[in-house]
Design a protein. Structure first.
Length: 566
């Protein structure tokens, strides 16, 4: 296998197990200037040369400039190279938000090592599978995070693995593990050894994890070319620039917070990234006031919690210009409440780690900004809405979203069956999302598997949820299918109430009927809960709720049968 140290015009064969863009597409993306021919490290290096003294990162009491950040990355890169890490090798990085994950990931990118971005909430079976699937040679983890000790897990992963050479621990390592703090090197010899390492820009830079709500994630290989464009173009649509102060709240290992536009996007545009130590309302709004944050990105559960808090009134939020929502479609009522409460513009972000990102435009008409899922960030994005047979559907008709473009992958890593299932013969990625397209704007209707089939009538869970969220006594809602002997499926609403008064099924139905919803769409069961099960990325685990209601129905039927027999 060819080494990743070569001239930029000597294009390599992509990492074994990955699918490259066809040359005709790659040539077009280069000729149109979409692929700039630089690595993610070089993207940061260019900004550093332009604004070396500007604050790049704020983490707690630490404020470091672009030049200081670049120096730390260089020292870490040299140290990691000294441990024997080589270009094109894979490593699993499972570090929490902070300066260390940023320095470590950029250092790996600097020397052509491919980080697999695991989330802090992943546990033994998942991380061990990532290591095995990627043939990872190193694993990066904290010593402890809240009440979980990663070191025994890391030891068990090392025991199971045949490829792992090193385990790096942020904090106090166990015997046989290395302290990440001891890795950076400042020797001239080490710096010289990495100076000529220049990963090809169409080589894999990092691997993200797909999905996370339906089972063990697949590995998504993102190249330097496509991810540099991803970060820059998302930042362009989000209005990023030198004056941007971005607040990172959700896990930085997730595509949304990492580069859509996220921390990488803020750095690509010469802005400042502030990293929050936790997601509490007091912490977040305190940082917005103290650091004059202009953009914050979050997901629905956090948005709901922050709206329910009295913290916003305790802080000066005059600097906040944009509140970006992602991960799950936010109801129009919640979008409007965010704008009124926080005094900013709401921007919906909808997309996938496999590539395509859509955003509502900041200057879009209110109706579009409050209801749509946005439009693709790149003019080179190709999208179509298709039926089950792959035929393109006209505007306004719900179907599956398929896409391809300069930052949408052409296949998963070492997963030929999953690739064949998810990608069409001509390279379109089938996202598994039910959407409507009106003009250039998309309207997300839910995952295809989350469309409830009630005797042939299709019910969009997202649509019903949006109506429920308008109820003054409902804090959050999730609608799922429950099995039914007559109709096949019926709708069940799991609801987090906003007060202690018990909401009844009859009250909920009356409210929905008053909003002129079709009767067949009415949830036929109400479950009041205090919280929803969440994935490591903060998405509601609908499969867990479906399993919960299925189990309840079985138990209730068994109890009914016993009472009948008596």
């Amino acid at each position: 296998m060819r080494d990743a140290v070569r001239k930029k015009d000597d294009r390599p064969v992509m990492l074994e197990g990955c699918t490259a863009w066809p040359e005709e597409f790659a040539r077009r993306y280069r000729e149109e200037g979409l692929w700039d021919g630089i690595t993610l490290w070089e993207m940061l290096e260019r900004v550093t040369k332009r604004v070396p003294d500007k604050t790049a990162i704020v983490w707690g009491d630490t404020r470091i400039s672009y030049s200081e950040l670049a120096e730390r990355i260089g020292c870490m890169a040299a140290g990691l190279a000294e441990t024997g890490l080589r270009p094109r090798e894979r490593v699993v990085v499972q570090l929490a938000n902070g300066l260390d994950i940023l320095v470590t990931v950029f250092a790996l990118l600097r020397i052509g090592v491919v980080p697999v971005m695991a989330l802090p909430n992943h546990r033994l079976e998942e991380v061990a599978l990532f290591v095995q699937h990627a043939d990872a040679v190193a694993y990066f983890a904290p010593d402890r995070l809240r009440d979980f000790d990663y070191r025994p897990m890391a030891a068990e992963i090392a025991r199971r693995s045949v490829s792992l050479r090193h385990t790096f621990i942020l904090g106090e390592p166990w015997p046989g593990q290395l302290a990440l703090a001891g890795v950076p090197s400042s020797t001239a010899e080490a710096a010289d050894r990495i100076r000529d390492i220049s990963p090809p820009t169409d080589e894999v830079a990092l691997m993200l994890l797909s999905g996370g709500t339906t089972g063990v994630p697949k590995l998504i290989p993102r190249t330097h070319n496509d991810y540099v464009y991803n970060c820059r173009q998302c930042g362009r649509v989000a209005g990023f620039g030198p004056d941007t102060v971005f607040l990172a709240v959700l896990p930085m290992a997730h595509n949304y917070t990492l580069g859509c536009p996220g921390v990488f996007g803020a750095l690509a545009w010469g802005g400042t990234a502030v990293i929050a130590p936790d997601t509490s309302a007091d912490t977040v709004f305190g940082l917005i006031a103290r650091e004059q944050v202009t953009v914050v990105s979050a997901a629905m559960p956090l948005a709901v919690n922050w709206l329910a808090s009295d913290a916003p009134e305790q802080y000066d939020l005059a600097s906040l210009k944009v509140f970006m929502g992602g991960g799950a479609k936010l109801a129009p009522e919640l979008r409007a409440r965010i704008e009124r409460r926080f005094g900013c513009t709401y921007q919906e972000s909808y997309g996938t780690g496999e590539g395509l990102i859509c955003m509502t435009r900041l200057d879009a008409p209110d109706q579009v900004r409050m209801t749509s899922s946005g439009r693709p960030v790149s003019p080179a994005d190709e999208i179509k809405v298709i039926d089950a047979d792959g035929h393109e559907l006209p505007d306004g008709i719900v179907g599956e979203l398929a896409c391809r473009g300069p930052y949408t992958i052409r296949g998963y890593y070492r997963a030929p069956a999953a690739t064949a299932s998810a990608f069409t013969h001509d390279g379109f990625y089938r996202m598994g999302d039910a959407v409507r397209k009106i003009g250039n704007d998309l309207y997300f209707e839910g995952r295809l598997k989350d469309l409830i089939n009630r005797g042939g009538e299709k019910i969009s869970c997202e649509e019903v949820e949006n109506h429920l969220l308008a109820h003054p006594r409902i804090r959050s809602a999730c609608v799922v299918a429950m099995p039914d002997a007559v109709y096949g499926e019926r709708a069940c609403a799991f609801v987090i109430p906003s007060d202690d008064a018990a909401l009844t099924l009859a009250e909920m139905k009356a409210f929905l009927l008053a909003r002129q919803i079709a009767k067949f769409k009415l949830p036929e069961r109400l479950e009041l809960v205090s919280s929803f099960p969440l994935s490591p990325a903060g998405k509601v685990l609908r499969r867990e709720l479906r399993r919960t209601i299925e189990t309840k129905l079985i138990d209730e039927q068994s109890a009914h049968n016993r009472s009948t027999e008596q």
